[in-house]
Design a protein around this ligand. Structure first.
Ligand SMILES: Cc1cc2nc3c(=O)[nH]c(=O)nc-3n(C[C@H](O)[C@H](O)[C@H](O)COP(=O)(O)OP(=O)(O)OC[C@H]3O[C@@H](n4cnc5c(N)ncnc54)[C@H](O)[C@@H]3O)c2cc1C
Length: 279
């Protein structure tokens, strides 16, 4: 029986994010929390494969108690088990510490029930570093396929998976041995409507809550602020730009519009100098 695991993060809905101009930090108060969109697609993909092959789907998150909601959403999508790794000692963890916490949690789950594939989102829409998936994979010694857009096959018997990944110039088909890890693009699977039995299960489901001591005894030097060598020196919002000018082809005709646009560009001294350099 296949055992798939997805590492998910609850994030603030970034369409609503505001930065405090005084402190430069994100204003979280009143901002709704959602399941990171890439992670939702990763869960949908893992749920599809669980259904196809038969087996088990586990989800894990590190976060505050409220992250339980994100896990319940995963149960709604077909996950069987959810683990919330939550402790004040983890507060202030950067990507290095987060990867350590998640890797040890996944190692523990794997010892109880062998995990064949670990899914991550491509990136979290708040932190945006895309470091946690690779960070966990390297700690667990798993081969990693990034930017996965399609899983063509998971062959448990022969111990391999065929995964298509996006590259800058096209696509690659990667054959990897199992166990393996991947980071998912949204294209990996569509998010389905919840099946009624899964919806009912999710309403009653309570995730397991793991602390910094139990069932994994974390090394305090590797978690929280102490285990986080990076720091955010400054953050803020980009300056708002003047809206671009529109030169209408309808009003000026094509030649007229091009001439007006060129005239404006050449009156801009830096563009004119650039064009001169090119000649
Ligand atoms: C320099 C720096 C300093 C920071 N300092 C602080 C700080 O002081 N306090 C603080 O609260 N935060 C801090 N953070 C944010 C914190 O490190 C990140 O929230 C966390 O490590 C995840 O990184 P990310 O959001 O970039 O995720 P990414 O690496 O972009 O996420 C990729 C994937 O990894 C998985 N994933 C990521 N996070 C989790 C999680 N928590 N649980 C389960 N799966 C996960 C998901 O599948 C996700 O799609 C800091 C970040 C940086 C870069």
């Amino acid at each position: 029986m296949i055992h798939l695991l997805v590492s998910v993060k609850q994030v603030p809905d970034t369409t609503n994010i505001r930065i405090d101009p005084e402190t430069g930090s994100m204003i979280r108060k009143g901002v709704p929390a959602i399941l990171n969109p890439y992670d939702a697609h990763a869960v949908a993909s893992a749920a599809e494969w669980k259904k196809k092959l038969g087996g088990k789907l586990t989800v894990v998150t590190m976060g505050p108690p409220a992250a339980e909601e994100a896990l319940q959403e995963c149960i709604e999508m077909g996950a069987d088990r959810a683990v919330l790794v939550s402790d004040r000692a983890f507060a202030g963890s950067d990507t290095l510490a987060t990867s350590y916490v998640l890797a040890e949690a996944i190692r523990k789950i794997d010892q109880e029930d062998h995990v064949d594939m670990v899914f991550f989102g491509k990136q979290a829409i708040d932190g945006d570093t895309a470091q946690v998936g690779p960070g966990v994979a390297i700690r667990l010694g798993l081969p990693l396929v990034t930017y996965a857009v399609e899983i063509q096959d998971i062959n448990e018997e022969e111990g391999y998976a065929l995964i298509i990944r996006k590259t800058e110039s096209g696509k690659e088909i990667i054959k990897t041995k199992l166990p393996a890890a991947l980071t998912a693009e949204k294209a990996i699977a569509d998010i389905p409507y919840a099946a009624l039995p899964d919806l009912i299960t999710s309403l009653k489901y309570k995730p397991e809550v793991w602390s910094a001591q139990e069932p994994v005894a974390y090394d305090v030097a590797q978690i929280g602020l102490e285990g986080s060598p990076t720091m955010v020196a400054k953050s803020g919002s980009p300056e708002a730009h003047e809206p671009a000018e529109t030169i209408s082809v309808e009003e000026n005709g094509l030649a007229g519009a091009v001439e007006t646009a060129l005239g404006k560009m050449l009156s801009n001294t830096s563009v004119a100098a650039l064009l001169e350099d090119q000649q």
